[in-house]
Write a protein that binds this ligand. Structure first.
Ligand code: MGD
Ligand code: MGD
Ligand code: SF4
Ligand code: MO
Length: 849
């Protein structure tokens, strides 16, 4: 279907389209869309923040007669240079999506399940919050507040403090969780257990002579898309771009070298690159150090005596060589990774020559697999060998953005909350088989996808569930488990703007603002050697009866709960919060929203005559005008000279923290680190358990029955899981290399297609040990034989009338998460999606030509 603006406007307003969704129609609202007057546009740009990905770019939205019509990067932004990525431009279409939830809804059909009409009826906010507060009070009155589950997805700054942290803590439930373990958390284990940085990194792209995009595609996805796109020309001019990805990604297409390795073998490649760098004397001597007699003793297959090498900023390089790198010749890795050894050698030399102005940009493709902690460590360790850590043109700690603190809630935590709030969380973190040791602390990582397993095993435990900005039945691997788990929850409240798959299970739907255009709060991001605090503020009039769950709804809910006999939440909000300028206390949800936003951003604009790092902003009005604050730039060599936050103060090839974590965990269970590693499906034993090293990929499914390795990747226009209902997303789907507009294709190598008798457009069943989906095939040389690739993002059976073929029933395309197995990198608690950990079979269903 060709989509012009006129067709879209007509479609969006047509009653024929609305009629196909009984539940939406039941809201009794039709959308009338009229074309806006053409240019020259009259209006003004208003600063806000895009939340299409976790970059949280500072943007500006053009307000024309109260409508949000256009988007650009904030013209002050050091992070995106005044541009937003293509997904930023989708904001108006997302904001005015005719399928948005337009007022609170109440379920009237007690039956829950896929394809079952919830039979929602519209109710008022007052009625809806009354019901929610009653259900919550039932738990408090029965002395079982821990049966409240709160699950948050994306968020603003106010959500952390006012909803996610506060409600659960004051109420007395330990069961508040985030969805971050579905994201890319294993990445953090790489820099975390080598240099003490449990975080995503920043990169000094402006000064880099060589960038390796490794398991990430930052021209199309990842977190710095506008920054990377706008620098493409200078990056290509000033240095070499290299991409390591089993799929011809956008980054691969823009790079000088593409290493299309076999999925899951990244650690072997990293070892071989390290092997070449070391044997050819290409490590960075300033960062790492050198042999005492300056003679290179790194000779393939030969061990080195530790005392022969004097390290500067690193610890254990010789141990890494002896235990691991010495045997990993390019020839050996070439076999394991299905790469040309000459290419490995060439790439390693290119890196070595450009060092230390080099970036190994490690992404989820490397590590979102069952053994991902170690692949993250071994790939990131190259930055240590190359001396690029904290260096000019290298990898960096994110700068901290300026934010204000909310007042303490401690004195409002009552006895019931104290005793019940500290109970065991139901996600299994810290269990013997789930160390979840984020930030070098056992049981500190969330194990999001395991919540569904607990709920299935204990179907009566959770009695009230509240969730915001989530869609786990769609976004989590083997998401059907969530559909079943949610069907068992007696009372579920979803706080979202769109009727997603998860919403279909809700008893009460509280329609949220679409924050990028209608929200209010302060969010932070980093990139391009800066950090920023960007203000979200209304950029347009709200059309629907929606409220922001983080601050408006929490206030109104607190009022209801107070009326029903539990005032702690309202007392905390009303007594402790005050406008940082005037000292005024909030008396309603609007004042609360404004005051909390001002507190969260105050250090950016309330500093009197005292200068602050980065932009100087003169008061609240100036901040509202500018819409953001840029930090001062990152400095170089911040942690050199013994200042890394690791036990030794150095960049560790033998991790003191990981050793301690494994030993402590083992001791707790009367076990040994080796036994824990075995139980958690890792191959490492002994010292390798706390060292960067290669582990052969763990793959689910019998090779005979499921001969193909499945490659999952993001879609260029997917705003995480939430743009599939936008005609622009569908129309421009072809921008994903190998993909097709309005469709969903499995990309298969032509030799494999031939063997299976497949032609372009044929319909195929893709089956794995956990499920089957049906899509079209596309013959494409961008994937190697034995592997198939499919973008994530299609396959919605709900979400709206464009996302689904038939809303509430039939998906458009297939959701990768129906075939991906539910498994974890257990050291971090993160879910898997990459590394070819799920094998699939391909079967022709019919010709479609
Ligand atoms: N367009 C778009 N951008 C986004 C998002 C979005 O939904 N859409 N979401 C945002 C979020 S929340 C995140 S976490 C980031 C993450 O975005 P990215 O960093 O791009 O990571 P993934 O989307 O997980 O992509 C995995 C990449 O690894 C490749 N890959 C798969 N298996 C392997 C393997 O075994 N080895 C290697 N080397 N590569 C492999 C895939 O082909 C793909 O290119 O993107 C953010 N930006
Ligand atoms: N197979 C596969 N699975 C993946 C990925 C992948 O690449 N492949 N990516 C993974 C990654 S990196 C991530 S981060 C997760 C993301 O997964 P989730 O955290 O579950 O997020 P989404 O699917 O993006 O969120 C959709 C929900 O957000 C709501 N929403 C949208 N805008 C707003 C708003 O402004 N306010 C509120 N309150 N709600 C809003 C929508 O109504 C919908 O309910 O998915 C993961 N799942
Ligand atoms: S989608 Fe992400 S990178 Fe793109 S404009 Fe929005 S926040 Fe920035
Ligand atoms: Mo993510």
């Amino acid at each position: 279907m060709k989509l012009t603006r006129r067709v879209f406007i007509e479609l969006a307003g047509s009653s024929a389209l609305m009629a196909s969704a009984p539940s939406l129609l039941a809201q009794g609202v039709t959308v009338k869309r009229l074309p806006l007057p053409c240019s020259p546009a009259q209006g003004r740009w208003i600063g806000s923040a895009c939340q299409g990905c976790t970059q949280y770019c500072a943007i500006e939205v053009f307000n024309q007669n109260g409508r949000a019509t256009r988007v650009r990067g904030n013209q002050h932004s050091q992070g995106n240079h005044g541009f937003c990525c293509p997904r930023g431009h989708l904001i108006p279409q997302e904001n005015y999506d005719p399928d948005r939830i337009k007022q609170p809804l109440k379920r009237t059909n007690p039956q829950k399940g896929r394809g079952i009409d919830p039979k929602w009826i519209p109710i008022t906010w007052d009625e809806a919050l009354d019901i929610v507060a009653d259900k919550m009070m039932e738990l408090r009155n029965a002395g079982e507040p821990e049966r409240l589950l709160y699950l948050k997805g994306r968020y603003g700054n106010t959500s952390h403090a006012l909803l996610y942290g506060t409600v659960a803590k004051l109420f007395g439930s330990p069961n508040n969780f985030s969805t971050s373990a579905l994201c890319a958390e294993t990445e953090k284990m790489g820099p975390g257990y080598t240099q003490g940085l449990f975080s995503y990194r920043d990169y000094d792209l402006g000064n880099s002579k060589c960038v390796v995009f490794w398991g990430t595609d930052p021209f199309a996805s990842n977190r710095q898309v506008p920054n990377v796109i706008s620098r493409l020309g200078s990056l290509q001019k000033n240095g070499t771009l290299i991409t390591v990805d089993p799929r011809l990604s956008t980054a691969a297409a823009k790079s000088k070298e593409w290493l299309p390795l076999l999925p899951g073998t990244d650690g072997a490649l990293a070892n071989a690159i390290a092997h070449v760098l070391l044997t050819e004397g290409l490590w960075n001597k300033e960062f790492v150090g050198d042999f005492v007699d300056s003679k290179n003793q790194f000779i393939a297959g030969k061990t080195v005596k530790p005392e022969a090498f004097k390290e500067n900023n690193t610890l254990g390089l010789v141990t890494y060589w002896n235990e691991e790198a010495k045997d990993w010749t390019p020839e050996k890795a070439g076999k394991e990774c299905r790469l040309d050894p000459e290419q490995i050698r060439r790439v390693a030399r290119t890196l070595g020559k450009a060092a230390p102005n080099v970036i190994v940009w490690m992404g989820p493709g490397v590590c979102m697999n069952p053994r991902g902690t170690y692949s993250a460590m071994v790939v990131h360790a190259l930055n240590g060998i190359l001396g690029s850590v904290d260096n000019v043109g290298g990898t960096h700690d994110p700068v901290k953005a300026l934010t204000g603190k909310y007042p303490s809630m401690d004195k409002y935590v009552d006895e019931l909350a104290k005793t019940h709030g500290k109970g065991k969380k139901i996600d299994g973190r810290g269990d013997k088989d789930m160390p979840a040791a984020m930030k070098a602390k056992l049981g500190s990582g969330v194990v999001t996808n395991n919540i569904a397993n607990y709920m299935l095993e204990h179907p009566d435990f959770i009695k009230v569930m509240i969730s915001s900005w989530t869609n786990t039945p769609f976004a989590a691997s083997d998401g059907k488990r969530w559909e079943k788990a949610l069907s068992n929850v007696p009372f579920f409240v979803h706080m979202v703007p769109f009727p997603s798959e998860m919403t279909q299970f809700a008893d009460i739907v509280l329609p949220s603002t679409f924050n990028a255009a209608e929200g209010m709060g302060a969010v932070t991001g980093f990139g391009s050697m800066h950090a920023w605090t960007s203000l979200q503020q209304p950029t347009c009039d709200r059309i629907w009866d929606v409220k922001q769950e983080e601050n408006e709804v929490t206030w109104l809910l607190a009022e209801k709960l107070a009326k029903k006999g539990w005032p702690a939440l309202l007392n905390y909000y009303a007594n402790e919060f005050a406008d940082p300028e005037t000292g005024a206390k909030p008396t309603n949800e609007k004042e609360f929203q404004l005051i909390t936003t001002k507190i969260a951003s105050a250090p950016c604009w309330l500093h009197g005559s005292k200068p602050i790092p980065g932009d100087q902003i003169n008061g609240w009005e100036d901040f509202r005008q500018k819409g953001m604050h840029n930090s001062a730039p990152q400095t170089y060599k911040k942690h050199w000279g013994g200042k890394f936050p690791t036990p030794s103060g150095k960049f560790e090839f033998v991790s003191g923290d990981l050793k301690k974590v494994l030993e402590t965990h083992a001791a707790k269970y009367n076990s040994t680190p080796d036994q824990i590693l075995e139980l958690c499906n890792y191959q490492a034993r002994g010292i390798k358990g706390w060292m960067p090293h290669y582990e052969a990929p763990l793959r689910h499914g019998d090779q005979q029955q499921f001969p193909f390795l499945f490659i999952d990747h993001k879609s260029r226009l997917n705003r995480e899981g939430r743009s599939a209902n936008l005609p622009w997303m569908q129309e421009f789907k072809k921008c994903d290399a190998g993909d097709r507009s309005w469709g969903d294709v499995l990309k298969i190598n032509p030799t494999d297609a031939k063997a299976l008798g497949l032609k372009d457009n044929d319909l195929v069943e893709i089956s794995s040990p956990v499920g089957t989906i049906v899509t079209e095939v596309k013959l494409w040389e961008g994937v190697g034989p034995g592997t198939v690739a499919k973008a994530y993002g299609q396959g919605h059976w709900a979400y709206g009338q464009i996302a689904a073929k038939e809303y509430g029933k039939t998906p458009r395309g297939g959701n990768n998460n129906e075939i991906l197995v539910d498994d974890y990198d257990r050291l971090s608690g993160t879910s898997c999606r990459n590394g070819g950990y799920t094998r699939v079979s391909i079967k022709k269903v019919s010709s479609n030509n």
